[in-house]
Design a protein around this ligand. Structure first.
Ligand SMILES: Cc1ncc(COP(=O)(O)O)c(C=O)c1O
Length: 436
C-alpha cells in the first residue's frame, strides 16, 4: 500500500478494538492472514500487520490511481483498447484475465476478487452474479461423469434442485450426509467421490459441522472440499485455515448488507484450485455488474459493525424466545443448549444475526395470526440486510429429521433496537393466543 499511513513505524497490531460480544477462543484477537499467498497486483504492502477491521477499510481500493477518489469509480466497459499489438499480446498473457475483455476481468471485479481473496486468506477469488452461482461453481469445477459428490443434508435448498436436475443429467451422483456426521464422513467416501460440499451452520436449522474432522477425512482420500460460509463469513469462521479448498459466500447477505444486491464469491485456498475455478467461470461466462460490485465493495467497509450489531441483537432475541411457552426450541449455535454450541465455540469467533425457532404445534390460523401481527418482521426470503425479516422454513426434503413437529420460523435480525423487536414478537404471541 503506497501510503504514509502505515509506513514510518506506525503499526496497528495492538489496536485494542475487538469485535464486541465475540469471544476469542484462541487468545487475543489478531488477524491471521499469514497463509495468504499474494496475487500480483492484489495484495497491498503492509496490510498483513493490520487487524481485519482496518484491512476492510483499505481492501480493494486505490485512491492514488483515481485522482484521490476514496472509492473506486464505477467503470462500465465491455471493451479494453490497447496502444498497439504488443500491449494487446501482453494483456492476453495475464493469467487472471485482467483487462482483456470486460466479462473476463474488469477494474471492479478485480478489486472485489482481490479483497475477497485477502479477506478469506485465499490464493484467489472468483466473483459471480449471485450467491447461488458462487455456490454451484465448485460443483461445476469438480463435476465428472460417473462421479459422486457428498452434500450436507442441511444445504441451501436450491442446491438440491441443481443436484437433482443439472448434476444428475451430467451423470454425477449426489449423496446427502447427516450434518452432524463429523469424521464418520470417511465411511461415505468412495473411489469416485469428487467433492464434499458443506454448509455450516446448516440452512434454516443451523447445525454446526465438524469441519476440521470432515476435511481430515477428505484429505486422507484426496477429495476436494467446499463450504458455503455465508452465515459466518471470514470474520467469524475461517474455512481455508481449516484446510477447506473453496469457501463460497453469498455477498448478497452481509457483505451487500442493504438488500439491494445479488452477488457471490468463491475463494480458493490454493493457486491450482483458483485456476480451476477461474477457468470454469470463464467457460461459463460468469460475470457481475459494475454497480453490484461497487455496492459490495462499499458493504465491506461496514461489515464488522453491522455483523456485530445484528449478532448481539439476535442473541438477545433468541434468549428471550427460549423463555417463551409457545416455543419448542430455538436453533442458534451461540446459545449454550444448542447441540452445535461446543463446535461453534471451538471454531467460530462470533455469531451472525440469523437463527430459527420451532413453535409448538398449533393450528395454521394461529400461525398466520402470529406472523401477520408482526410489524417489524415482514415475511421475506433473504437475510444479512439492515432490516429484520421472518421466513418459514421447509424441511420436507431433508433425510435427517428433527424431532420437533411444529412450524419452523427463521428470523433475520437487522439493525433495529432489539427491545422493539421483542415487543413486536410479544404482540405476535398475543395475536397467536387470541387465534387459537
Ligand atoms: C446460505 C445461502 N447461500 C447462498 C444463497 C444464494 O444467494 P443468492 O440469492 O444471491 O443467489 C443464499 C440465499 O438465500 C443463502 O442463504
Amino acid at each position: 500500500m503506497h501510503n504514509s499511513l502505515f509506513s514510518g513505524g506506525l503499526r496497528l497490531t495492538d489496536w485494542p478494538y475487538g469485535l464486541g460480544p465475540y469471544h476469542a477462543p484462541d487468545g487475543p484477537r489478531k488477524a491471521r492472514f499469514d497463509s495468504f499467498l499474494p496475487r500480483p497486483g492484489v495484495r497491498k504492502r503492509g496490510m498483513t500487520d493490520l487487524h481485519t477491521h482496518t484491512r476492510l477499510v483499505h481492501l480493494g481500493r486505490d485512491p492514488a490511481a483515481h485522482q484521490g477518489a476514496v472509492n473506486p469509480p464505477i467503470v462500465r466497459t465491455s471493451t479494453f483498447i490497447y496502444a498497439g499489438l504488443e500491449a494487446y499480446r501482453a494483456a492476453a498473457q495475464d493469467p487472471d484475465y485482467k483487462y482483456r475483455y470486460g466479462r473476463l476481468g474488469n477494474p471492479l471485479s478485480c478489486a472485489f476478487e482481490g479483497a475477497m481473496a485477502e479477506l478469506d486468506g485465499g490464493a484467489g477469488a472468483v466473483v459471480a452474479a449471485s450467491g447461488l452461482a458462487a455456490c454451484v461453481l465448485p460443483f461445476l469445477a469438480y463435476a465428472r461423469a460417473g462421479g459422486h459428490m457428498l452434500v450436507t443434508d442441511s444445504v441451501y435448498l436450491p442446491i438440491r434442485a441443481f443436484a437433482a436436475g443439472f448434476l444428475r443429467r451430467a451423470g454425477v451422483e449426489v449423496e446427502y450426509y447427516d450434518p452432524c456426521i463429523g469424521a464418520g464422513i470417511g465411511d461415505l467416501i468412495r473411489d469416485n467421490t469428487c467433492l464434499i460440499y458443506m454448509e455450516s451452520p446448516g440452512f434454516g436449522t443451523f447445525e454446526v459441522q465438524d469441519v476440521p474432522a470432515i476435511v481430515a477425512a477428505a484429505r486422507a482420500r484426496g477429495v476436494p472440499t467446499a463450504i458455503d460460509n455465508t452465515w459466518a463469513g471470514p470474520l467469524l469462521f475461517r474455512p481455508l485455515e481449516h484446510g477447506v479448498d473453496v469457501a463460497v459466500q453469498a455477498a448478497t447477505k452481509y457483505i451487500g448488507g442493504h438488500a439491494d444486491v445479488n452477488l457471490g464469491a468463491a475463494v480458493a485456498r490454493e493457486e491450482a484450485t483458483y485456476r480451476l475455478l477461474k477457468a470454469t467461470a470463464v467457460d461459463l461466462g460468469y460475470n457481475a455488474g459494475a454497480e453490484d460490485l461497487y455496492l459490495a465493495l462499499r458493504g465491506l467497509r461496514t461489515l464488522p459493525l453491522r455483523l456485530r450489531e445484528s449478532g448481539a441483537a439476535a442473541l438477545q432475541v433468541a434468549q428471550w424466545l427460549e423463555g417463551r411457552a409457545e416455543v419448542a426450541r430455538v436453533l442458534c449455535p451461540a446459545l449454550p443448549p444448542d447441540p452445535g454450541h461446543a463446535l461453534w465455540r471451538r471454531d467460530f469467533t462470533g455469531a451472525a444475526g440469523v437463527f430459527s425457532f420451532f413453535l409448538k404445534p398449533l393450528p395454521d390460523k394461529a400461525l398466520v395470526a402470529f406472523v401477520d401481527a408482526l410489524a417489524l418482521f415482514p415475511v421475506g426470503s433473504s437475510w444479512g440486510g439492515y432490516e429484520s425479516l421472518l421466513q418459514p422454513q421447509d424441511l420436507s426434503a431433508r433425510q435427517w429429521r428433527l424431532p420437533e413437529t411444529g412450524p419452523l420460523l427463521r428470523l433475520q435480525i437487522g439493525l433495529e433496537d432489539p427491545a422493539d423487536l421483542i415487543e413486536d414478537l410479544e404482540r405476535g404471541f398475543a395475536a397467536l393466543a387470541r387465534a387459537r
